[in-house]
Design a protein around this ligand. Structure first.
Ligand SMILES: [Zn+2]
Length: 98
């Protein structure tokens, strides 16, 4: 009897895993879950991993560690701090755009 519960737990575990994986892809979490739940996780696996990944957009900004100002273009030193006589190199920061 315990084997049935174990099988159900594995089945649902796979469905949930595919739903999480599906949420990062074009298929979406709900569709990934329903496909693997209704048509077995084997079919779900095929659908989810053939679905394209969503694009994550990164925008690179350059931030000054002294004044905290962000620039979209890279310069050798922060132009604002340079006016004050400080040469502060800019740090690259990645911004996720969704
Ligand atoms: Zn600065």
């Amino acid at each position: 009897m315990i084997e049935i519960y174990l099988a159900i737990a594995v089945y649902l575990g796979l469905d949930i895993w595919f739903a999480i994986e599906g949420s990062k892809r074009k298929i979406g979490a709900l569709r990934a879950f329903l496909i693997s739940f209704l048509l077995t996780p084997i079919v779900g696996f095929i659908f989810v991993f053939n679905s394209e990944k969503k694009f994550a957009f990164f925008e690179v900004h350059y931030q000054c560690s002294r004044c905290g100002y962000e620039f979209t273009e890279k310069t050798l030193y922060c132009p604002l701090c340079e006016k004050d006589g400080h040469k502060v190199e800019l740090e690259e920061v990645k911004k996720v755009m969704t």
